[in-house]
Design a protein around this ligand. Structure first.
Ligand code: SF4
Length: 732
């Protein structure tokens, strides 16, 4: 298609560049990439076959899609097969590093439980069918779907797939896009937007002399873990910044902290206000709107509420004052309550009072192409989708990249309310719970076999668009890339503008060629630029930074309510591994020990030894954890890295489907969450459920790496310091 067939504005919208002025250059012949014999190098996927030498690996740049951080990857390919993934050093997101979830992406690609052909529900059972039947059926159903009675339910989408997805929703006459993510700083983004004017400002970890993190597991599961792990290494080098972690259950970040402080869940906002109170008495200016809240929490009063001693509160405030600039972060345990927004606002207040805004928190600027920006709606979208289904507002729903049937708590009754949607199509790679509930399943290519562009919601300096290219040919001929599926849907819907692109590759190729010239550097031609882009794996499109303008509104925190019937707080903890359950079908990640408990292949409950003693629970006892919404049975793991009022159960297990490695293993903690949402944003209060424990009388050993050996036996595997040294550092 050429730009002359439609007007220029329309063309740029189709290509995703609608916010920028652009001139379209023509395409020319491909350039070549040299490869020294015997030396492995990074190539463009389009390089001719003579550059592939038997026995010599070739590396291709692409994008990790194991979480929404969208790190850059290099994939090693030999004789046409992807063998190994590593981080792309040219990606400003991960600078050559790759987390274990990223490494395990190769197992998703070769997973024996992949769906390899279209499936249609016949007589209650998903049955293989041909492509013609599948597309004919979809064409017939969507031509009858009246506008708002159609919906897409996805995970985070961005880049040109987001452009095509939005175009499809528009073509359907609908506005229904439910972008479901269980893990993500959804409440924190709202707080940032209101208090700083930007949802995702840039965090300059290495400029901070101290990081006070209230439950932000930035080395594990928070925002962009691989990026923050690389930034953390800089923070710890040189003059070595100090890390203080306050949280109800020790996370990977907490395990790395200089000072780890357990806190009663839901009271982190009170702690932040008490620290602000101490700072105020030391001369720090408190914004007028927050004065009443800050004045209300003397350290002694906050100590009663939080379980953190007044001395420790004073000490943390003193450390913040001594180590300027600092950085204060709020994570999921802060946000996951009915007052999550207010608590996260109290934490952000500290950054404003400490003068961190403009120093360690700076503007990321607006992404220059909003059509391509990441779209992620959190658990509020999960609730809204369940509500639409329950009230019979939908006739057709398409699913991609999300597994709402697994993620939804019992109170949403999703398996039942889905029955009220007459036609459900899952675009899926695996037979997960949502695919199993669909009427039609469209088999997707793996992300290592597909084209795409992606934009991370968190943009560090020099970030931009990460480019996804296939590392190898599709393993199953009857699978389809998601971009190709979207193009096909647009064509079925008679969106004429898309008719000229034979496939998603042709569309993407044209989109990159039509990128505004100022982003193309000194490339001699479009094809040179395309090859460079594929080799680098990253398209840098600088965003214009602005000045952050801090604003504080009134902060109100509720008093903690006792709950005699359900005395403990449930902490459904996220793990760098199984994540929200999406990686439970990857044996490497099942086998990788949890970073704190070292448990593998199972669910467990972390309980403080003092609490366990009171309840008569021993290690490995099978306990029943009950909320008002139901119960799960898991094995007890006793550890001091959890507050005595908390029972922490990791997310990720308890699948009823999802292939041989995931099915019928452990328990799904998300199922027993109470119907509590954050009052301001509507996000599910992940940490807002109270539970009680009962011992079932059974004892079944967990598989724990290194069990029975909690001591270093003089081997100094982990650096330790004496109590005297500790007191000098921490001063407690
Ligand atoms: S954080 Fe890990 S899983 Fe997520 S995109 Fe980066 S490497 Fe992949």
């Amino acid at each position: 298609m050429s730009g002359s067939e439609i007007n220029r504005r329309g063309f740029l919208k189709l290509m995703g560049w609608s916010a920028a002025g652009a001139g379209l250059a023509g395409c020319d012949l491909p350039s070549t990439v040299t490869l020294e014999q015997g030396k492995e190098t990074v190539m463009s996927y389009l390089s001719p076959e003579e550059y592939v030498i038997p026995g010599i690996g070739v590396w291709y740049a692409s994008t990790c899609m194991q979480c929404a951080a969208f790190c850059g990857i290099h994939g090693r390919v030999r004789e046409g097969h992807a063998l190994k993934l590593e981080g792309n050093p040219d990606s400003p997101l991960n600078r050559g590093k790759l987390c274990q979830m990223g490494q395990a992406g190769i197992q998703g690609h070769y997973n024996p439980d992949r769906i390899t052909q279209p499936l249609l529900r016949k007589d209650g059972k998903l049955t293989p069918i041909g492509w013609d039947e599948a597309w004919n059926l979809i064409g017939q159903k969507i031509s009858n779907a009246p506008g708002e009675r159609f919906a897409w339910v996805t995970g985070t989408v961005s880049g040109h797939q987001a452009v095509l997805l939005a175009a499809h929703i528009e073509a359907m006459g609908s506005k229904n896009h439910f972008a479901v993510e269980v893990i993500g700083p959804h409440v924190g983004r709202a707080v940032n937007q209101d208090m700083l004017g930007e949802a995702m400002p840039r965090l300059v970890l290495d400029k901070a002399k101290l990081i006070l993190s209230l439950g932000a597991d930035f080395l594990g599961t928070w925002v962009s873990p691989t990026h923050f792990a690389t930034e953390y290494a800089k923070f710890r080098s040189g003059s070595r910044g100090m890390l203080v972690q306050v949280e109800p259950k020790m996370t990977l970040t907490g395990g790395n902290a200089d000072l780890w402080v357990p806190i009663r869940p839901g009271t982190e906002g009170v702690l932040a206000l008490a620290i602000a109170n101490v700072l105020m008495k030391g001369g720090a200016k408190v914004p007028e709107a927050a004065m009443a809240a800050v004045s209300a929490y003397e350290p002694a009063k906050a100590a009663d509420v939080t379980g953190v001693s007044a001395e420790r509160i004073e000490k943390i405030a003193a450390l913040l004052k001594e180590h300027s600039p600092s950085l204060v972060l709020a994570g999921a345990p802060v946000e996951g309550h009915a007052h999550g927004y207010q608590a996260a606002a109290a934490v952000q207040l500290l950054n404003i009072m400490l003068g961190n805004v403009g120093q360690t928190i700076v503007s990321a600027g607006g992404f220059p192409f909003p059509q391509l920006a990441a779209k992620s709606g959190g658990t509020r979208d999960l609730i809204a989708f369940a509500d639409a289904a329950k009230n019979q507002k939908l006739d057709v729903a398409f699913f991609y990249g999300a597994n709402p049937v697994y993620s939804a708590p019992h109170f949403l009754a999703l398996p039942e309310v889905l029955q009220k949607i007459p036609f459900k199509v899952a675009f899926a790679q695996f037979p997960d719970e949502t695919a199993e509930a669909a009427d039609l399943v469209i088999p997707l290519a793996s992300y290592l076999e597909d084209w795409g562009t992606h934009v991370a919601a968190y943009q560090p300096e020099e970030a931009g668009i990460t480019v996804q290219q296939p590392l190898m040919e599709r393993m199953y001929k009857d699978t389809i890339g998601f971009g190709d599926a979207l193009l096909k849907l647009l064509k079925l819907g008679k969106s004429e503008q898309y008719a000229a692109w034979e496939d998603y590759y042709a569309y993407l190729r044209n989109a990159v060629a039509s990128l505004p010239a100022e982003y193309k550097g000194d490339a001699a031609s479009d094809n040179v630029f395309w090859n460079q882009t594929l080799q680098k794996g990253v398209l840098k499109v600088a965003a214009a930074a602005q000045e952050l303008k801090p604003q504080v509104t009134e902060i109100r925190l509720p008093d903690a309510q006792p709950n005699e019937g359900y005395p403990l707080y449930l902490a459904p903890s996220a793990q760098l591994g199984l994540w929200d359950g999406r990686h439970a079908n990857l044996p490497w990640l099942q086998e990788a020990p949890d970073q704190i408990s070292k448990v593998v292949w199972d669910s467990w409950a972390e309980i403080h030894p003092a609490t366990a003693a009171k309840l008569g629970v021993k290690e490995d006892d099978v306990i029943e954890i009950a909320s008002e919404q139901g119960s799960i049975k898991v094995k007890a793991y006793l550890c001091k890295g959890v507050h005595p009022d908390v029972v922490a159960v990791p997310m990720g297990q308890g699948h009823e489907a999802y292939g041989r490695y995931a099915k019928n293993r452990g328990a799904n903690v998300l199922k027993i969450l109470n119907p509590v949402t954050d009052a301001k944003t509507g996000e599910l209060a992940l940490y807002g459920t109270r539970v009680k424990l009962a011992n079932t009388g059974k004892n079944e050993p967990l598989v724990i790496e290194g069990r029975g050996n909690n001591s270093q036996r003089g081997r100094k595997l982990v650096a330790t310091i004496s109590a005297d040294q500790f007191r000098k550092t921490e001063g407690a």
